[in-house]
Design a protein around this ligand. Structure first.
Ligand code: FAD
Length: 447
């Protein structure tokens, strides 16, 4: 296991888009902050494309420009400008996840001197006792020792966040937007996945497939391709039989065909699948796995909390997420709000920086001794200004409120989008029925 050794102010768990964006914003706007990022994956492997909107890029750019305008000597002007340029170049574009992660991680390491630890050893697991962890896992308390006394720990570890478990803020399902049918298969390498937008249009026009995502190509074939289709609650129920139809126990195409022999609706879906797979030069149908699942939105009951005197924050999918779409925009917006709160916190307490030049300045012996004492107390997990009983600093209470309202905004947007899609499909079918089979639309089928 890697030993980190040095002292840090901020430790970030997760080097996905949310974690790396937070690290880069913080490092660019305060060169004195000592930041370390941990990730359990040894390399960036996810290639699904993320459509980056202009709102999140504008928010990050505004934050960077405010920092540049303030022109304090803490701002790393050159790096902040470079980051601004990089982020703007991503606005309104679809960028593979691994490109976002690699670009930001390289920038963090080379331009901001941020340590990024990618190692399987950093598979952090929240367990009550260190003895409960499995081989290859790091208990949260072991992890605390690795952070070099960081005052702030940011959980950017995705939808299955372990850091969320540390603060006891279990995820809460609050809304179910609908049901999804998912088919996984492999195709030849020249395969191009259908985007959400293309899929949405097709959904309205023919109630065909909605969209698909593809993993990295390997051994001359495409990566695993995931094809999604919106289905009704009824269809979802038909496809869930006991434990069958769950991601752990998927259907194969032939099993499902047998199971729903006399069901016209499912038959139609399977015909669509077959026709679609035929047009794609499928390389490996043996792999096909069909499942349905509810499309839920979740949020954490808390995104800012105190644990053993350390401030724990959640950002990106760790705090809340939509199962589909816009995850990266929410992650970037939240990264901006989180970085703003963290900067405010450290600016107010400048002389308590663990890694700041001031705390190792030995030109004024008396004040240096006091600061080193403070720093040591922080390293031992008993910081002077934050105790177990102290309330959360106001900047983090503000962050909690901002994150919550951002989530509500996302929910409203998702509901609106689904309402439009379903209404458009309904209208389209209604108009078609008027032209081709008048009155049939309203007629009940004999049972
Ligand atoms: C197949 C797929 C398709 C998607 N399509 C879209 C889309 O089209 N548009 C869109 O906006 N969003 C999409 N998303 C969602 C989007 O990827 C996320 O919302 C976005 O990446 C948020 O990033 P994040 O940094 O919060 O979390 P993540 O990207 O999940 O990053 C979490 C990081 O934490 C690390 N980690 C996790 N647990 C631990 C641990 N215990 N210890 C150490 N490290 C840990 C992981 O290795 C990972 O690097 C998709 C997601 C998937 C899976």
């Amino acid at each position: 296991m890697n030993s980190v050794g040095a002292k840090y102010d901020v430790a970030i768990v997760g080097s996905g888009p949310a974690g790396m964006a937070t690290a880069c914003l913080l490092g660019s706007l305060d060169r004195k902050l000592k930041i370390i990022v941990f990730d359990k994956r040894p390399e960036t492997t996810r290639d699904h494309k993320l459509a980056i909107g202009s709102d999140s890029i504008n928010a990050m750019s505004k934050f960077l420009m405010e920092g540049l305008a303030a022109s304090t000597n803490c701002v790393n002007t050159e790096a902040a400008r470079q980051l601004l340029f990089q982020l703007k170049s991503w606005s309104k574009k679809s960028i593979p996840t691994s490109t976002i992660e690699t670009t930001l991680a390289t920038f963090a390491k080379e331009r901001l001197n941020i340590t990024v630890h990618r190692d399987k050893a950093f598979n952090i697991k929240y367990v009550a006792e260190s003895s409960q962890k499995k081989p290859g896992e790091l208990s949260f308390d072991d992890f605390l020792k690795q952070t070099g006394g960081a005052r702030v720990i940011i959980g950017a570890d995705g939808s299955k966040s372990e850091i969320r478990n540390v603060i006891g803020a279990q995820k809460t399902d609050i809304l179910n937007l609908g049901y999804l049918l998912e088919l996984k298969y492999k195709a030849t390498p020249n395969f191009k996945p259908r985007t959400y937008l293309q899929g949405s249009t097709q959904f309205v026009m023919s109630s065909g497939f909605d969209f698909e995502t593809a993993g990295k190509p390997r051994n001359g074939n495409s990566g695993i391709i995931t094809l999604h289709k919106f289905v009704s609650y009824l269809t979802h129920r038909i496809l869930i039989q006991g434990t069958k139809g769950n991601p752990e126990n998927p259907w194969t195409m032939s099993e499902l065909k047998e199971h729903v022999k006399d069901n016209g609706k499912i038959r139609k879906i399977l015909d669509h699948f077959e026709c679609y797979l035929g047009s794609h030069k499928v390389a490996s149908l043996g792999f096909n796995r069909i499942v349905t699942f509810p499309m839920t939105i979740y949020r954490s009951s808390s995104v800012a909390s105190l644990y053993k005197g350390i401030i724990i924050l959640l950002v990106g999918d760790a705090s809340s997420g939509l199962v589909l779409e816009r995850g990266v925009n929410k992650a970037f917006l939240e990264a901006t709000q989180c970085a703003r709160a963290v900067l405010k916190f450290f600016n107010k307490r400048k002389n308590l920086y663990v890694g700041s030049e001031e705390s190792i300045d030995d030109t004024k012996p008396s004040s240096v001794q006091a600061r080193v004492r403070d720093s040591e107390e922080i390293v031992r997990g008993t910081p002077k200004t934050i105790s177990e009983t102290a309330t959360l600093p106001s900047e983090f209470i503000e962050y909690q409120a901002q994150s919550h309202s951002l989530f509500l905004r996302e929910v409203r947007w998702a509901r609106f989008k689904h309402f439009i899609l379903y209404s458009a499909q309904f209208l389209f079918k209604f108009v078609l029925s008027l032209f081709f089979k008048p009155f049939e639309f309203f007629r009940r089928k004999p049972s």
